[in-house]
Design a binder for this molecule. Structure first.
Ligand code: AHM
Ligand code: MG
Length: 340
């Protein structure tokens, strides 16, 4: 019997990200090595962000843009620095022809028109947590371009829809820094060992629990949620689930992925389409979630099936352990609230 796990080549915990990517390269849909290199470029940039995040308080990197630091140099917010770092890494790498970022309105061209890939990125998510030493993250999504190689990238390269992602991942700068990604055959997590300067496989083939007892939403907005969502939250409280909400999407997602939980960011008066951005927040996390066995919905359909029209469009987001999402949907569809 062939005992090879199709999702994970049997690589041991402790192997480095570089080695893992090299070994897994043949399992990619496009095994030319460029996607591997692109993932390594992103990992490299994230090591630099790790360094900046960790010394942020020390060298006064936090705070508003436009201020001057003690050396009289103009100061930049950490999320702007992260944007610059990732853009530079993708320009230097050569595999991506363009990117879009939460930090910029329009397409950022890398100058590498021969590059086969485009990237959508939120360089540093969790803006309200940046200045107060709370976990923050990077989220990225990779597509193979649809415009001819050698030409400038165009809108349609980024508006292919979530199902067309070839890879997606996040880096969580938390009590440790971890990079989690998928290329469509399972989800793996690599913890950063700063003394070695390497990401090390620590969480192979991540799978979400079937059910969970954590709910995560900004409960301050509860009165603005649609009645069925309010009822679902009341149900979570009735069951004495634990409320856990960091307000950093990557951190909330990562915890729920490992421990079993549900994340909700519904429409509110302030954000009638939801708050989170489809292309560089919802799609990539939805791709990872689906690969790890979670369910993801905007309330009516899978997040991955939403047809995108705009780089920065928003979507309601419900994501979590399959039985929890099923129960939420039973409220939204006003069906019997089943536990099965
Ligand atoms: P940002 O892109 O401005 O950082 O906003 C996204 C963040 C997410 O990380 C988090 O899940 C959410 O906004 C929190 O929003 P709120 O403060 O409304 O609860
Ligand atoms: Mg964001």
């Amino acid at each position: 019997m062939d005992t090879t796990n199709h999702h994970t080549l049997a690589l041991p915990v402790g192997v480095t990200l570089d080695r893992y990517i090299m070994t897994r390269q043949t399992a990619f849909a496009y095994a030319t090595g460029e996607l591997s290199q692109l993932l390594r470029d992103i990992a490299l940039a994230s090591k630099i962000i790790h360094r900046e995040v960790n010394r942020a308080g020390l060298i006064d990197l936090t705070g508003n843009m436009g201020l001057q630091n003690v050396q009289g140099e103009s100061q930049q917010k950490l999320d702007v620095i992260a944007n610059i770092r990732f853009t530079r890494a993708l320009k230097n790498g050569g595999e991506a022809c363009a990117l879009i970022s939460e930090e910029e309105e329009e397409i950022i061209y890398t100058g590498n028109n021969q590059g086969k890939y485009v990237v959508a990125i939120d360089p540093l998510d969790g803006s309200s947590n940046i200045d107060v030493n709370v976990s923050i993250g990077t989220i990225f999504s990779i597509y193979r371009r649809v415009t001819p190689i050698g030409t400038l990238a165009a809108r349609e390269d980024f508006l292919q829809g979530g199902q067309e992602q070839v890879a997606a991942g996040y880096i969580l700068y938390g009590s440790s820094t971890i990079l989690v990604y998928t290329t469509g055959s399972g989800v793996n997590g690599f913890t950063y060992d700063y003394s070695l300067g390497e990401f090390i496989l620590s969480h192979p083939d991540i799978k979400s629990p079937e059910d969970g007892v954590i709910y995560s939403c900004n409960e301050g907005n509860l009165n603005e949620y649609a009645p069925p969502i309010q009822q679902y939250v009341a149900d979570c409280r009735q069951r004495q689930y634990s409320a856990r909400y960091i307000g950093s999407l990557v951190a909330d997602f990562h915890r729920n992925l490992l421990q079993g939980g549900i994340y909700l960011y519904p429409a509110t008066r302030k954000n009638p389409d939801g708050k989170l951005r489809l292309l560089y927040e919802c799609y990539p996390l939805a791709f990872i979630a689906e690969q790890a066995g979670c369910k993801i919905s905007d309330g009516t359909q899978s997040i991955l099936d939403i047809v995108p029209t705009d780089f920065h469009q928003r979507s309601p987001l419900f994501m979590g352990a399959p039985r929890m999402i099923k129960r939420l949907l039973s409220y939204l569809q006003q069906k019997n609230h089943t536990d099965s």
